[in-house]
Design a protein around this ligand. Structure first.
Ligand SMILES: *Cc1c(COP(=O)(O)O)cnc(C)c1O
Length: 420
């Protein structure tokens, strides 16, 4: 008998789905098919699934464009001129922020670089950026070129927090110690909220406080945190953050990015920034006059007119987050990932999970370190209808997302993992 079936029956798992208060949300999504059945989709950390409403929301904008042309800016169902406002309430809820503190614009790496204009202002003596070791490549490239742009040397200006020998996750105490060691030269702490590779959730409140105590600012790339874990960016005192919306936020490939800028910077006219007409005050935006007057808050960082089609997709996705609520999603997420971990540990030592075992230090993703034959295992999973993700050099990432994954998905995945 299969190891899994001897441990827990499919009926038991189906009973978990039957009593799951969040189970009905799955029906709001298109689930990719494999051999005429729902695939086991565990890749929401890379590209979230499509809400069934998305098509309608985009088609409404196409219709307004078709029938109104340019008049859609003012007379569309959701006038394009004000489009970012239709998202600010739900995005603020998701980020733990006020509507003033958030905006949807551009794409993630573009925003990361833009925010550096305002929040990485190195001086001769205070110029270092502290990052996590093995940050997502785009973040590494962006930071590397930012320090070089300001005339600093990468090896000196970028300080990386590394895991201890034989460990994969970072210890908060090590992060704090490194901040302290560089306290006189540190300009910025710039980390992921959840690391894309290990799945570790960092203690953003504690890290932010330490950065501030050292006289530095704190920014976070929340690509793997937004829609995955509850966020309280305002209360944590985070200076700025940005995230993409196509991973856990299900808003489609190349989707628009979210930005958070803390209220304390909302009205600071001395902050340098790059500007464009969309960041200007709305009542004078079309007067085409000289002199930039930013809108207060994050909206004042906008450059170009709103990306209506991706933002329509984001509206459809955010409605489901509003209905579900991040706290309820987190409760289910803990159970779902907890079950995955439990099933992978039936045979102790068979699978090596590098994501922290403490649920408070992770989101929904587990990263499984494979040995020789890892790639073959991954290919076999794929052939059997699992959509997960392989990260070089040797990690399989699986993300059971509470919005649309079921306990049965987790069970079917685990069954395949034990098959020889
Ligand atoms: C996914 C991801 C990105 C991708 O950036 P894009 O600009 O949206 O292509 C960047 N950083 C992190 C940490 C990511 O996880």
């Amino acid at each position: 008998m299969n190891v899994i079936a001897g441990y827990m029956s499919l009926d038991e798992v189906r009973a978990m789905d039957a009593t799951d208060p969040m189970a009905s949300f799955r029906s709001h999504y298109h689930i990719p098919q494999h051999d005429g059945k729902d695939a086991v989709y565990l890749c929401g950390n890379s590209l979230g699934l499509q809400p069934k409403k998305t098509r309608q929301y985009i088609e409404e904008e196409l219709k307004d464009w078709e029938t109104l042309g340019v008049e859609g800016h003012m007379h569309g169902r959701h006038p394009w001129f004000y489009y970012h406002h239709f998202l600010e309430e739900s995005v603020a809820r998701l980020a733990g922020a006020s509507p003033l503190e958030v905006v949807i614009m551009n794409t993630l790496t573009v925003n990361l670089n833009l925010l550096m204009v305002s929040f990485y202002r190195p001086t001769k003596s205070r110029y270092k950026i502290l990052m996590e070791y093995m940050a997502f490549p785009s973040d590494q490239y962006a930071m590397e070129m930012q320090v070089r742009y300001h005339g600093f040397d990468t090896a000196d200006a970028i300080v990386e927090v590394k895991p201890r020998e034989g460990e994969h996750a970072l210890r908060t105490e090590d992060i704090l110690q490194l901040i302290d060691e560089h306290r006189n030269e540190l300009a910025l702490v710039m980390m992921g909220g959840v690391n894309y590779y290990t799945g570790q959730l960092y203690d953003m409140a504690t890290i932010t406080k330490a950065a501030h105590d050292a006289g530095a600012l704190a920014g976070f790339d929340l690509a793997h945190a937004a829609g995955n874990v509850p966020l309280h960016l305002h209360d944590w005192g985070v200076d700025f953050a940005c995230w993409c919306t196509y991973k856990y936020l299900n808003s489609g490939p190349g989707g628009a990015s979210g930005v958070f800028i803390h209220e304390r910077h909302a009205h600071d006219a001395t902050l340098p920034r790059f500007a464009g007409w969309w960041g200007n005050a709305e009542d004078t935006r079309f007067q085409m006059k000289k002199g930039f007057h930013p809108q207060p808050g994050a909206a004042g960082w906008q450059q170009s007119n709103a990306q209506i089609l991706p933002m329509a997709a984001h509206r459809a996705a955010m409605e489901l987050f509003d209905q579900a609520g991040m706290d309820a999603l987190r409760t289910k997420s803990l159970a779902l990932t907890g079950l995955l971990e439990e099933l992978l540990q039936i045979q102790p030592g068979k699978f090596h999970i590098i994501t922290p075992a403490d649920p408070a230090q992770r989101g929904c993703q587990l990263s499984i370190l494979t040995g020789a034959g890892g790639r073959q295992l991954f290919d076999r999973l794929t052939a059997s209808g699992v959509i997960a993700d392989w990260r070089e050099p040797n990690v399989i990432r699986v993300a059971p997302v509470p919005m649309y994954n079921s306990f049965e998905d987790v069970y079917r995945f685990a069954e395949l993992m034990y098959q020889d």
